[in-house]
Structure formats: C-alpha cells, structure tokens
Design a protein around this ligand. Structure first.
Ligand code: GLA
Length: 683
C-alpha cells in the first residue's frame, strides 16, 4: 500500500468505516469499491484548492457542521464554497470519481453553484466530462465519472447566480484507483499552477525589432532546473537570472524551447516569439474611460470636452490618447431588429463615426465597450453571437479600441476563451486595427490565454474603487488600490510587450467625485463610524500611479478632465514615471523584497519592486504600506544588480540630486502609503 495511505490509516479507516452513507446505492464499508482502492478526496491536501469564501474543510461543511444534503448526513466529503476549484492529478491510476454534489442544508435552502468537471489529457487537451448546476434545498446530484486516461481532473465550481450561501459539499467524494502491480500511486490534489506545466510564464511573446527583449522564466517549483534551447540568433539564455535576453533585428516569427525539470517530472514548452513593427499597441495604452465618473451619462459633448481638456492640459502629448466610451453608449437594452449595433442618437446626435473622426483629427483615438453575452454589465445589448457584425460596424465608425466585458456570460474558462477568441478573430478581420482589451476581471486567468485570443491587455482584478484598502466582499466585488496591486503584482511572468496585465482605472483626480468609483462610500462610513470620506489622499493617488506604471499596467484616468487640480496634474504628467511605464521592453516589475521594518507599536510593511528597462537601467519602487514614516536600505544586490556604483535618480524629485550608491546601499525614507521611485543607472 502506498506510503501516504499508511500514514493516515486511522483517519482513513474512520472515514471509510463510518460511511454507511458513502453514496446512496453503495454498501458500506468501502475500503474497496468495485474491486478498486478508494482514495477519499478529504484525505488529500485541501490547502491547494481554491475556495471562494472561508477555508475548505475535510468531512465538514464550510461552516464546520456535519455535511448534510437533503436531510441526510455524510461522514466523509469536502465542504467548500463556490467559486471553488479543485485540481487532481490522476497519476495514471484513477479510474472513477464519485460524489454527491449539493448545497449544504445549513443554508436553509439558499445558495447555488454550477459545476464543470473537465479531464485534461497528456497532450494538454481538455474534455468536459460533466456539467450542470445545484441549488440549495434540492436533491444532490450523483456524480460518477469515468476519468480513465486523463492526466488531471479539473473540478470547477463557479457561483450559480446567487451571491452568497453557496455552501457546496462534495459528499462522499472519492477516487477509485487500481494498484494491480503494487507500484501505482493514488491521485492527489495539485495547485492550479502545478498542473501539467512546469512553467508559470508567457509562452507567446512579442518584441520590437532592434529593441532589447527579455523573457523571464518562472518555474512553478522554485527549485526546478530550467534550460532553454533552439534560441534564434541575437538571444541568449541567462541561467543565473533565469531569463532569455538579447535583441532581434529582423521582423518574423521565432520559436525556442524551454525545459523544466523538477524531482518528479520534466516539462517542455515551446515559446512563440513574434518580432514585429506593426503591433497595434506594443506598450501599455494610456487614456481615459468614461465609467467611473459618468456611468451611463456619457455623450458626444462630454467626449469632446474631455478631448479639448486633455489637449489644454497637454495630456495628449504625454501619451494619453485613447478616449474610451464605456458602458451605455448604446441605443437600447436589446439589439435593434436589423441586428446592427446602434448608438443613442440623443446622446450622439452627429453619430459615432463623426465622433471618431473629430477625435482622430485632434490626435486622439476612440475606444468603445461591449460584452461577451446578450447584455453588458449595465444591461445594454452585448455582442455575443454578433461578433463579426459588431466588429465590422466598429471598424466603419473608426473605433480604435474595444473593451470587452464578461457580465452575463458562463463562468467556465474554456467558454470564456471561445467567446473572447470569437471577438478577437472578428476584430482581426474587421479591416481596421482595433486594440482588444479583455475585461473578465481575472477569475479565468486571461494572462494565460489572452494573447491567443488576440488580446493586448486584460483586467486582472474586479472593479477598483476610490479607496486605498478596501474589499467589498471576501470573495470578490469592488476593491481598493492595494487589493488591485496585490491581485496584479505576482503576474509579472505573464507581462511583456503587447501583453499587459491591467489593474483597472486609476483613481487619481477623483477625490470622491466619481459615480461607480464612489459606490461603496456609504458602507465605508458605516463600517468606520466616520462622517465624511472624499477619496484617497494625494500620497495614495501618487502611489497608485507609481505602482501601476511600474507594473506596466495601462495608465487609464477616470475623472472629469475639464478641470484638473495642480497637484493631480503633477502626478499624471510626471514624464519620467510615464517613460518607465511606456518602456519599449514592456516588462512588469517584480517584487524583490517584502518585509516588515521597525518594531513595537508601528511596524511598517515595505515592498520593493524592480522593473528592467530597455536601455539597461532599472526602475526601483519602494512602497511603505505601514501607518507611519519609516526607512529601509536598498542595495544594488537587492535589485539584482552586480557589484559596482550606481546613480539613483529620484523620479518624484524628493531628493534633489542623483545619489551615487555602492554596495552599502541607500537609506530610503517613505511616509505612510508613499511610494518612492528611482531610476537606477550603472556608473
Ligand atoms: C464592469 C467593468 C467596469 C465597467 C462596468 C460597466 O463592471 O468591470 O470596468 O466597464 O462593467 O458597466
């Protein structure tokens, strides 16, 4: 018998022997079932699963009660909360997966969840084995899956239309596996990133001809060995820094191969590199979106007013060129009878083609918004099923960007990929260069597939609000700047030229005047007992701008540009910060240090980020997440730089002159919530 089973024998025996309720028609005891070994799911490493709320539990419901479905208690099983995900490596031994799936009786009949069981084969191809939904108060669904031949079983449990009480139980969940020759091993849970690939990085990358290219490779297991072969001339493998770098002069499609070896397996991946002069937006796009401040009250007059104001303040020359209509430019909630998309003629009396033309003549670009379902998030008509019609019409109007949302669409990842690809293809065939901006907020990990659907950037988080630290709900919902930052910062291996992780619109300039960006103000006041709140502090706005620039997130403004405060203008027009964001090597900063500084009553959490730049400089940001002023010492070694002398240039001009820094480093003082940024040059 396999080692782990020996180790947990008493618990396993308890679980198996108490299971007269194993499944409705299966007799107990069940150490063997249908002549096969039994591996209960609850005995596996549940910490590697994803659970939408609370902590996933073995043999208990999410609230810690005995697992109870339709009045019947189950001794064994797993209690979780949608949206949940469990990935099991089947190890060549598992033949069946069985459980009873339902919403625990503890919700009193509330709650719902969808389920989708997918098998992934050795070749990476996926097959949906079973899908459906369960509701509180209903009889559980008997799941009995043939998983033979798959390498992984992926169990996806999105929320089923309700927003709470989605207490999903997998009662009596177990795998049946064979151990004919005594050498097989039972299935086990893996984290999503361990699944089927040793590399958690982009495998479709881009570069500009003649510009320094960098592809940082992050193996899933930090200790794994990575090697690269078949590199095109101009590129070299830097083994100690785990990155491919160099310059390719000639446009074209190139490939190279990455091999990752850990103590269990060897993974191979092919990297496709496209070197092109013609990428629509090789660096993060910069601009303005209408939603946060105007919601559906957007019209032609306001769009033109934004353009004129942007010119007056010089924002266009700084790079803010995409002016985007968000939700509700539409005529109506349902698509007109002729099947063509139409705009609101009262709001846009001269039409969208005229608006696009006017903006183009002023040097701006026009963005538009739609959704991969029948309706958008604010319930205007969407584009699902009409992708080609809409893409063609957008092209005729002269649109330059499409933000494509995901409200009302099915939750699964594969379906999302299909829907985004349908629109990506349609845009590609529309006859016009239209930047494709994916907005599904992150749950389906678009950083892993966005490029394949034609996307240039993708939201990685839910909607940002005018708060520094805010999470409306434990399992998603509106968030503050720090939640957006935390949700985006670890995705650096997926960022690069023409593929950007987007942490949503920035709050600078709003000062509580927004519409959607102020949605949670009332709850905030109730929660804190305060009487007034008018948005983040100036220090916090500047920090958000700095962090977004470092993360190569698109720089999108969302306030009314008609009147810009001098202190806001100072933030959004810092050319050195913008140059770091717009660097043609397209790298996303990596957090190289996350530490607590100081002790006693006011310790501060500091994070240090490094972004490699095309000319060989690095940008370094120092964020103080604590509540008081504190200092940290930054050394070249900490930034991954070789020994030597460096000039530290203070991007926000706190230190008036560049400082020469050697091995002993530089003491950096930062106020509470301040981000200091330095451009570091080798001397
Ligand atoms: C979603 C998006 C927002 C905005 C609104 C419009 O919530 O995430 O950025 O586009 O829809 O309804």
């Amino acid at each position: 018998m396999y080692a782990w089973i020996k180790k947990i024998t008493p618990a396993l025996v308890f679980c198996l022997m108490t299971m007269s309720t194993w499944a409705q028609d299966v007799p107990a005891p069940a150490t063997l079932e249908d002549g096969l070994q039994v591996a209960p799911l609850s005995m596996m490493e549940l910490s590697k699963t994803i659970c939408g709320w609370g902590t996933v539990r073995a043999n208990r419901s999410i609230d810690g009660n005995p697992i109870t479905l339709a009045g019947k208690e189950y001794a064994c099983g797993v209690g979780t909360h949608a949206t949940a995900k469990i990935v099991v490596k089947l190890n060549g031994s598992a033949l069946r997966f069985r459980c009873l799936l339902g919403i625990d009786d503890e919700t009193g009949g509330k709650g719902a969840a969808d389920y989708c069981f997918t098998g992934q084969g050795e070749n990476g191809l996926r097959t949906v084995i079973a899908e459906g939904s369960v509701k509180g108060g209903e009889t559980p669904v008997n799941i009995d899956l043939d998983v033979n031949g798959f390498k992984y079983l992926i169990m996806d449990f999105p929320q089923g239309g309700s927003d709470e009480f989605d207490h999903l139980d997998l009662a009596a969940a177990r795998f049946l596996w064979h151990d004919d020759d005594g050498a097989a091993s039972p299935p086990f849970i893996v984290s999503q990133d361990e699944m089927g690939q040793g590399l958690a990085c982009a495998t479709r990358t881009f570069s500009l001809p003649g510009v320094r290219y960098m592809h940082r490779l992050k193996p899933v297991h930090a200790t794994a060995q990575v090697s690269v072969s078949g590199l095109p001339s101009g590129l070299a493998w830097n083994a100690s820094r785990k990155r491919v770098e160099g310059v390719i002069e000639a446009e074209g499609e190139y490939t190279y191969f990455v091999t990752v070896r850990d103590d269990r397996e060897t993974f191979c991946d092919t990297v496709h590199l496209c070197v092109s002069q013609d990428l629509i937006q090789p660096v993060p796009f910069m601009g303005w979106l209408s939603w946060n401040v105007f919601e559906e009250e957007i019209d032609e007059e306001k769009m033109l007013a934004m353009a004129h104001a942007a010119q007056r303040y010089g924002l266009d020359t700084l790079g803010y060129r995409y002016l985007c209509l968000d939700d509700w430019w539409h005529c109506c909630a349902t698509r007109p009878a002729d099947g063509q998309p139409d705009y609101d003629h009262a709001k846009f009396p001269h039409g969208l083609a005229w608006l696009a033309d006017s903006l183009h003549r002023m040097g701006f670009k026009l963005g538009i918004y739609s959704d991969a379902a029948a309706q958008t998030c604010a319930r205007a008509f969407g584009s699902y099923g009409f992708e080609e019609t809409d893409a063609k019409r957008y092209a005729q109007w002269g649109v330059d960007l499409l933000k494509y949302d995901y409200c009302g669409a099915p939750t699964g990842q594969q379906e999302a990929i299909r829907r985004y690809k349908a629109m990506g293809d349609a845009l590609r065939h529309s006859g016009r260069d239209i930047l494709f901006y994916i907005c599904e907020w992150g749950p389906r990990e678009p950083w892993k597939w966005g490029s394949e659907t034609g996307g240039t950037c993708w939201r990685t988080t839910y909607d940002s609000r005018d708060f520094w630290d805010w999470r409306a709900k434990a399992d998603g919902g509106h968030i503050g700047a720090m939640q957006g930052y935390d949700g985006n910062k670890h995705l650096w291996p997926y960022g690069g030229v023409n593929r950007f992780n987007d942490a949503d619109m920035m709050m600078v300039g709003l000062h509580g005047t927004g519409k959607s960006s102020s949605h949670d103000f009332a709850s905030y006041l109730t929660m804190t007992g305060q009487t007034s709140y008018s948005g983040m502090t100036q220090e916090e706005y500047q920090s958000q701008f700095s962090l977004w620039a470092m993360m190569a997130s698109p720089l999108t403004l969302s306030f009314d540009l008609r009147s810009i405060r001098a202190d806001d203008l100072r933030i959004i027009s810092n050319k050195e910060m913008i140059a770091i964001n717009q660097d043609p090597m397209g790298q996303q900063a990596e957090v190289v240090c996350d530490t607590i500084v100081g002790q006693g009553t006011a310790p501060c959490r500091f994070e240090v980020l490094v972004k490699e730049l095309a000319n060989g400089d690095v940008a370094c940001a120092v964020l103080n997440r604590g509540d008081s002023r504190a200092a940290i010492t930054i050394t070249p070694a900490m930034l991954g730089l070789e020994t030597g002398a460096y000039a530290f240039h203070d991007v926000w001009g706190v230190a008036k002159q560049d400082v020469t820094v050697g091995e002993t480093g530089l003491g950096v003082v930062a106020d509470s919530h301040q981000t200091r940024v330095f451009r570091v040059r080798k001397l």
